[in-house]
Design a binder for this molecule. Structure first.
Ligand SMILES: NC(=O)c1ccc[n+]([C@@H]2O[C@H](COP(=O)([O-])OP(=O)(O)OC[C@H]3O[C@@H](n4cnc5c(N)ncnc54)[C@H](O)[C@@H]3O)[C@@H](O)[C@H]2O)c1
Ligand SMILES: [Zn+2]
Length: 364
């Protein structure tokens, strides 16, 4: 078992996660009045049975199941969740257990942080992306007005319980989505870690477990230094300015295949690495190394030029203001990231062109 201490809670990584959860429930002397477990159909099917067979308290818990998918990270589903908590006798002394991927931890964390001015919650992340990124750091929230994570609060769980074995039922696309965040952690904070990632065969769950721990530690260290994202924490947005815009674009453009969060971020990392060579002195050689690694692991995506304006609009939030420069977190070197670096929309278009060109070169 590995315990990573954060500001006022711990993240436990263990193959025997039930043991850690039991210890946590026992340590809560006051006792919770009621336990609620938030799941989607997949975490219900693949993860809940093991926990309920090993943890006695789970047998009396109320299960709240929502449909899986980013499109459910909404105020409507959140309102249903609040109503269910209320209908089933939830009070200030209840515990919400978020069992699932990043959608469950973002939505459940937000619902718990706002229900009766805040009840305790713990997170049991069951996707790689949620284990290495979404479950730690205190950001919770929902999408609104077609914008990702538009409404939310900073709220820490009482504990996070990470069990790498849960990943065995995850499909390859979802696993890769989490690897995008692992790549990001290496690129923004630790050149040695990036080298290890670049040599890693991710199908090996043992090796992956080391990456999970290393990534959580990197994120945790950054978040502890700047919990409210006033400065340093912005480096974790590397790849995400363009990544989020692409994710939203493919979500609203129903004719296109949807991109998973990590898939969009992987493209964002290539484009923002390109910007880094223009704005921040990242070397061409390093840009090539990053591009090659991502393209050899992730499926390529066609981004037609006619959509560039809309994609850039989505980066601005203010839809009338596409002419102004947009701020990025960019690499000055592998393992070093600088915040508040401006790029013009022309340069952003160039970076999208760079991605498309590299895709065609790579696939030849
Ligand atoms: N709060 C943060 O700091 C933060 C950071 C990164 C991402 N996020 C958010 O996280 C979300 C993406 O997270 P995600 O990729 O986990 O998405 P997700 O929650 O939609 O999970 C992906 C899919 O995997 C399924 N699944 C979950 N566990 C499984 C298991 N063990 N076996 C089989 N299938 C399983 C889910 O049902 C879903 O279909 C986005 O909404 C993103 O904005 C938040
Ligand atoms: Zn992300």
């Amino acid at each position: 078992m590995t315990e990573i201490k954060s500001s006022n809670y711990s993240i436990f990584v263990s193959k025997n996660i039930s043991k850690e959860i039991k210890k946590f429930l026992k340590a809560n002397k006051r006792g919770y009045s009621k336990l609620f477990v938030l799941v989607d159909e997949n975490s219900m099917k693949y993860c809940y049975p093991q926990l309920v067979s090993e943890i006695e308290q789970f047998r009396d818990a109320e299960i709240i199941e929502i449909e899986s998918g980013e499109e459910n990270k909404t105020i409507e589903i959140c309102a249903q969740l609040w109503a269910t908590l209320s209908d089933y006798g939830g009070d200030r002394n209840s515990l919400l257990i978020n069992l699932g991927g990043g959608v469950i931890s973002d939505l459940g964390g937000f619902a718990a942080a706002t229900f009766k001015r805040g009840i305790d919650f713990i997170t049991i992340p069951t996707t790689l992306l949620a284990q290495v990124d979404a479950s730690a750091g205190g950001k919770t929230g929902i999408n609104a007005d077609n914008l990702k994570n538009e409404i939310g609060v900073f709220a820490n769980p009482k504990a996070v319980f990470v069990c790498p074995d849960f990943l065995s039922t995850l499909d390859a696309r979802q696993l890769l989505s989490g690897i995008a965040e692992i790549i990001k952690h290496g690129l923004v904070a630790d050149a040695k870690y990036w080298k290890k990632i670049a040599e890693c065969k991710f199908a090996d769950l043992e090796l992956l477990e080391n990456c999970i721990i290393a990534s959580i530690k990197i994120k945790n260290e950054i978040v502890q230094k700047d919990p409210m994202e006033k400065g340093l924490r912005k480096i974790l947005n590397f790849g995400h300015t363009i990544g989020h815009a692409l994710e939203t674009f493919f979500m609203e453009e129903k004719s296109q295949k949807q991109l998973l969060h990590g898939e969009a971020v992987a493209i964002g990392i290539i484009c923002e690495s390109y910007l880094s060579t223009k704005v921040c002195k990242l070397k061409e050689r390093e840009l090539k190394e990053i591009t090659r690694f991502i393209l050899s692991n992730f499926a390529s995506v066609k981004i037609e030029k006619k959509y560039y304006t809309r994609i850039i609009e989505l980066m601005c939030h203010d839809k009338k203001n596409t002419k102004r420069e947009i701020n990025f977190s960019l690499l000055s070197d592998i393992g070093k990231c600088e915040i508040n670096k401006a790029a013009t929309s022309d340069l952003i278009k160039e970076s999208l062109n760079y991605y498309s060109k590299q895709v065609s070169v790579f696939r030849k």
